[in-house]
Structures are given as C-alpha cells and as structure tokens.
Write a new protein. Structure first.
Length: 249
C-alpha cells in the first residue's frame, strides 16, 4: 500500500500515515493516535488471509517444557508498547521499517513494568504475542522487547480475521482448548469473538506512572493454576468495572 498523506480534519499539519500497525482494531475509539498510524481511515484494506485451510491451526504444538500450560495471548501496540513515526523525547527502541522502498524510523516506547510482566508470565504460561501489526514492524520490536525470551510464538496481521475492515484475533484457531486461553488486549474488537477469554487493559501511550501490567501479574499467576479460566476472568472483569467505572474499552 503506498504511503499516504492524510488531510488532518483538525487543521493540524498533515498526517503521514504508514499502515504498519493495528489499523482499525481501535475501532476509532483511541483519541491519542496523534500521527495517524492507527487510524481506521488509512488501514490496509488488502485481503487478510487467516488460514488458507480452515482446518489448519495457527500454532504448532506447545514447545517442550511448556506442555500443559495455559496459553496467554498478548497484544503488542498500546498493550506492551507504544510506537510512533514522529520523534518522541522518550523511547526505548528505534526500528527502521522499509515501506515502498523508503525506510522510516519507528520510535518504540516500552510500557512501564513490561519486562517484569513478561518475565513472570513466562514462568507459568505458554506466551503468544498476537498483533494486528505487520511483521516487518512487530518482529524486530519483539526481538528487542522479549529480553527474557519467554514469547513462544508470534502471530501477526496475516493471522487475524478481517471483519469489515477490522482485525479480529480468532482464538479458536490457536489449536489450544479455548478454556485454557486468555488474551490481554487494549482493543475489544480484537477479542470480540471470545470476550469471555479476555482481560481488557487500558491503552497505553506515554504515562510513565502506568502500572496496569504490574497489577495484572498476581491475577494472571492465580489464573494460571485454575482448572477453568472463565470463572476467574469473570470475577476479575466484575472487579475491574467496580473499581474503574470509566474503563469501558
Ligand atoms: Mg493494541
């Protein structure tokens, strides 16, 4: 898809939109998409191949040492990191991404406590990062982000299901029992096929005081030992809504 310059309805300088990451998964609800890279207006509309053979699963068998563990599916953008094409004061990685013969620098900031979160999750879960972003961006990000080497598998945009231009992560294609899969994602659209398997997390952009990942650690450690995830997740969801009445995404 060619680089697009999108007119800014807010009369700010034009946005340069390079659709490498999540496209419409935010459902237009994120107001912090300063640079337009997540805008549904510029999302890539190419057909998304989920699984060319519907009987084919997206994941192989669990790796040695991970057998029998529950599968924790983690989103990337605005869940574990936030990325921008525009220079920012604080970032952790600078990722060159080639698009249509041009190389762009993507500034990637790590969400607070992401290192500890991944380390702890890697002790008790099979960890899968499932992103609606393109692998040319997400793969090098994960190479740098996964310092403890706990991510067993990576799934990208081509593994998502295209539903009216949004990218949905179909957990039923992971070749794991559904009652042993939990997804953490900032976008409800991403887990709209299986909301009962989801832990909603607030989108993260730059708040250095954010502690959402840290707060999830004990809950997910407990969940890992539950026979069935649903009751525990339902209780967590109820508690979250009670403590954060404004958190609806
Ligand atoms: Mg996301």
């Amino acid at each position: 898809m060619p680089l697009q310059v999108i007119a800014n309805p807010d009369q700010k300088p034009p946005k340069i939109a390079i659709p490498i990451n999540q496209g419409g998964n935010h459902g237009g609800s994120d107001q912090r998409d300063t640079y337009g890279i997540n805008s549904p207006r510029v999302m890539e509309r190419k057909p998304v191949v989920v699984n060319q053979n519907s009987a084919k699963s997206l994941l192989p068998a669990q790796k040695p040492g991970r057998e029998g563990r529950k599968c924790l599916v983690l989103d990337l953008d605005e869940t574990l990191v936030h990325s921008s094409f525009q220079p920012v004061d604080k970032y952790d990685f600078l990722i060159p991404v080639e698009i249509d013969g041009n190389t762009y620098q993507v500034y990637v900031a790590k969400r607070p406590h992401v290192d500890e979160f991944l380390k702890e999750m890697g002790k008790v879960y099979e960890v899968v990062v499932f992103t609606a972003s393109l692998s040319k961006y997400a793969d090098p990000v994960l190479d740098l982000l996964d310092i403890h080497r706990v991510v067993d598998f990576r799934l990208f945009r081509e593994h998502c299901t295209d539903v009216d231009g949004t990218y949905v992560k179909d957990l039923s294609l992971l070749a794991r029992p559904l009652n042993r899969i939990c997804i953490v994602d900032n976008s409800p659209i991403a887990y709209s096929f299986h909301p009962e398997n989801a832990i909603a997390i607030q989108s993260w952009f730059e708040d250095t005081r954010d502690s959402e990942l840290l707060k999830l650690i004990p809950m997910l450690q407990t969940l890992a030992s539950q026979a069935c995830i649903y009751e525990h997740l339902a209780a967590h969801s109820t508690e979250s809504k009670r403590s954060q009445p404004q958190h609806g995404r």
